[in-house]
Design a protein around this ligand. Structure first.
Ligand code: SF4
Ligand code: SF4
Length: 339
């Protein structure tokens, strides 16, 4: 199918009549993934400052509220089943949601808040014709036109987008839009665009998991964290990070339970009620961040918890670059490990 750029606005307007539509929009100096209304301006083709995971796992989410009165207890659960389209998602962000599915939907735990939104959300991704210098998705199992986690994949071919359905849900959405079928020239142009999208940045992570198996007590962690400010930007902006905290907010006979993003880079993250903190310094926290993404997550779900989006690289105030860290880990001598 073809979406002509000149008709994109009309198509998005049409979608907003049936769905809540999220798309990248310009807000001050940032591009954010936000709900749009009819006639809304979108900024397709950019990596949003914050990750798209926010639409399924918001930074702050009221799970339920309650009130107590003479009639008893009333509870109201905030399950959000609004039919939603996420339009213009980067393939790395779409892939991150597939990884998050492992966490929020597994044998031991089913998160109804996440899953209700997930089941009702269609992901329309836009492949990356010009990957940024901080992108390294191909090193961690993705690619600028990888369709993992997408329902529809768009390819920019100049005046139009080629729209390819990846799932039945995506096929159904395209069917509703009354689009023109793509001819052979359009498909050939899309293949050319895909082939030309080459990343300038790579890191070879072969053997990283096994290397980390033997590095828990390695001296490498002593230095790595020294310039880290524990600001948490790397984890807040990461599409695969999923730590959260639950807070009860109550006044008189009313209250609510709220889930907020948390970060393993914060000193208080692991502070016990007893006052003991097993991760007292940045050393333990940086080790945890890397181990979780490239070792524990692999053990648990057979995938790295990094999609190579580059957000942590672009936004770290002290330029700690995870690609460099991975390259350094690879050459550490695990024979010199101290216990
Ligand atoms: S660790 Fe960094 S590069 Fe990897 S997914 Fe998270 S923010 Fe993106
Ligand atoms: S963004 Fe940089 S300084 Fe902030 S916690 Fe992460 S590594 Fe540390």
């Amino acid at each position: 199918m073809i979406i002509k750029k000149s008709e994109l606005k009309g198509l998005l307007d049409k979608l907003t009549q049936q769905y809540r539509v999220y798309a990248p929009v310009e807000k001050g100096d940032n591009i954010l993934f936000e709900p749009i209304g009819a006639g809304g301006e979108v900024k397709l083709g950019a990596t949003t400052k914050k990750p798209v995971k926010e639409i399924l796992f918001p930074q702050s989410e009221e799970l339920y509220n309650y009130s107590v009165s003479e009639e008893g207890l009333k509870m109201n659960s905030n399950l959000d089943d609004t039919k939603t389209v996420a339009f213009g998602v980067r393939p790395c962000d779409a892939r991150s949601m597939m990884l998050l599915d492992n966490v929020f939907h597994n044998d031991q735990y089913q998160d109804v808040y996440y899953l209700t939104k997930r089941k009702n959300t269609i992901i329309v991704s836009l492949g990356c014709s010009e990957p940024e210098s901080s992108c390294f998705c191909t090193s961690v199992g993705g690619g600028p036109f990888n369709s993992d986690g997408s329902d529809v994949l768009l390819t920019d071919i100049g005046e139009s987008y080629l729209a390819e359905a990846v799932t039945d849900q995506g096929q159904e959405l395209l069917g509703k839009l009354g689009l023109e079928a793509a001819d052979a020239d359009t498909k050939a142009a899309a293949e050319k665009t895909k082939a030309a999208a080459v990343l300038t940045s790579e890191v070879d992570i072969t053997g990283i998991k096994e290397k980390l198996d033997g590095m828990f007590s390695h001296a490498y962690w002593d230095k790595l964290h020294e310039k880290c400010l524990s600001c948490g930007a790397c984890t807040y902006l990461c599409p695969t990070c999923h730590c959260f905290d639950i807070a009860d907010e109550a006044k008189d006979c009313n209250g609510c339970r709220v889930r907020n993003w948390d970060s393993c880079m914060f000193p208080l993250f692991t502070l016990h009620g007893s006052g003991h903190n097993p991760r007292t310094s940045g050393k333990e926290r940086w080790r945890q961040r890397l181990m979780h993404k490239f070792n524990y997550f692999v053990d648990r779900y057979n995938a790295t918890a990094c999609v190579g989006c580059g957000r942590c690289i672009k936004n770290c105030p002290v330029n700690l670059d995870i690609r460099q860290v991975l390259a350094e880990v690879k050459v550490q001598d695990t024979g010199s490990e101290v216990s």
